[in-house]
Write a protein that binds this ligand. Structure first.
Ligand code: TRP
Length: 336
């Protein structure tokens, strides 16, 4: 069987946090080490533009996201690691597939629907208040990302499954009109990697501003962990490890043995202050080497840029070929 192609994008809207690490980055890096896959990972900076219109922040986030993946050991000799905006064929494909995408399909996209629902709930006369064309057609750009590299599998969080299904629909529609051109992609959702809870008890997410940035300096990491909300059980009273954000975080990074020991300590009534201290020490230790590497990379954007340029070169070997095939299929290009 030929190799499967796995592809996923990371929006460059913020600073990578512990939830991103556990839920997306770590599994993706592990998957890229398999011999039977070709993997593509990219910074979705044009997607970030939908929400992030602060140029300095956008650029900084691109550096931070790239440095994070590299610091955590993404092997760029085995995978293609690039920036979306370095691949002009993606935007070209975006337009081409827009012409076979029903507006009605985009009306059903949940991110768009959520904004409309909010507007309606707030009694706004315009249900599309605050909706840009980019927000509306976000799934089309995502489709272009995916189809461009003939991805078979697209690892995503639950909230993105619908978008991958749309990519599949659009690919099918195109193939139906113009002949077999695109591979039909499939979303892959990892059930084992439960979303982490954030500092305030809600899902850890940059939109809730409740994250633990992955590579904070030790002292800041400790401060944030000390701020996590707990219940009022006293030292000596047993704590339920199965209903404990601190234990969830511990378990997400620790090995099974360490986790089992920590579980016992909770059941034995370790005080919350000590629980937090142990969690901090474990995390700090776990992240230490990668953090050192991250700090080096952040201080050397020229190097990170060169890695991305090499990735773009590799990516464009595929995208240049595919776009020619697409142009020829649709009747755009030279007359002779
Ligand atoms: N929309 C995705 C997210 O918010 C990021 C993304 C952009 C992506 N293009 C992609 C994911 C293509 C997978 C494939 O997480």
């Amino acid at each position: 069987m030929s190799k499967q192609t796995v592809l996923t994008g990371i929006t460059t809207t913020g600073t990578p946090h512990l939830g991103n690490y556990v839920g997306a980055i770590r599994p993706a890096i592990a998957a890229s080490q398999a011999d039977d896959v070709n993997s593509f990972y990219f910074l979705a900076d044009y997607h970030a533009l939908v929400k992030n219109q602060d140029p300095a922040r956008l650029k900084q986030s691109s550096l931070e996201v790239a440095a994070t993946w590299l610091a955590l050991g993404l092997d760029t000799s085995r995978s293609v690691f690039y920036r979306q905006s370095d691949i002009p064929e993606i935007l070209e494909l975006n337009w081409i597939i827009s012409s076979v995408t029903a507006k009605g399909l985009m009306n059903r996209a949940h991110a768009y629907k959520a904004v409309v629902a909010e507007n309606e709930a707030a009694g706004n006369r315009d249900p599309d208040k605050g909706v840009t064309m980019a927000l509306f057609s976000y799934p089309v750009l995502m489709t272009a990302d995916i189809l461009m590299f003939s991805a078979n599998k697209v690892p995503v969080g639950r909230d993105q499954i619908q978008h991958v299904e749309m990519a599949r629909d659009i690919a099918q529609r195109f193939n139906h009109i113009y002949g077999d051109t695109f591979v039909l992609p499939e979303a892959v959702v990892d059930d084992k990697t439960a979303a982490l809870t954030g500092l305030d008890g809600r899902k850890m997410s940059k939109s809730y501003n409740n994250t633990i940035p992955l590579f904070l300096p030790s002292s800041k990491l400790r401060k944030l962990i000390m701020k996590i909300k707990t219940n009022s059980l006293e030292p000596g009273e047993p704590k339920d490890p199965d209903d404990c954000v601190l234990f969830d975080m511990y378990k997400a990074v620790a090995g099974a043995e360490d986790a089992a020991v920590f579980r016992e300590k909770l059941l034995d009534g370790l005080g919350w202050g000590d629980v937090k201290q142990e969690l901090f020490e474990h995390l700090d230790n776990h992240l230490q080497d990668a953090r050192r590497e991250y700090d080096k990379l952040i201080a050397d954007p020229g190097y990170v840029e060169s890695v991305l340029q090499t990735g773009a070169g590799k990516a464009r070997e595929s995208s240049a070929k595919l776009i020619l095939k697409v142009r020829s299929a649709i009747g755009i290009g030279a007359l002779t």
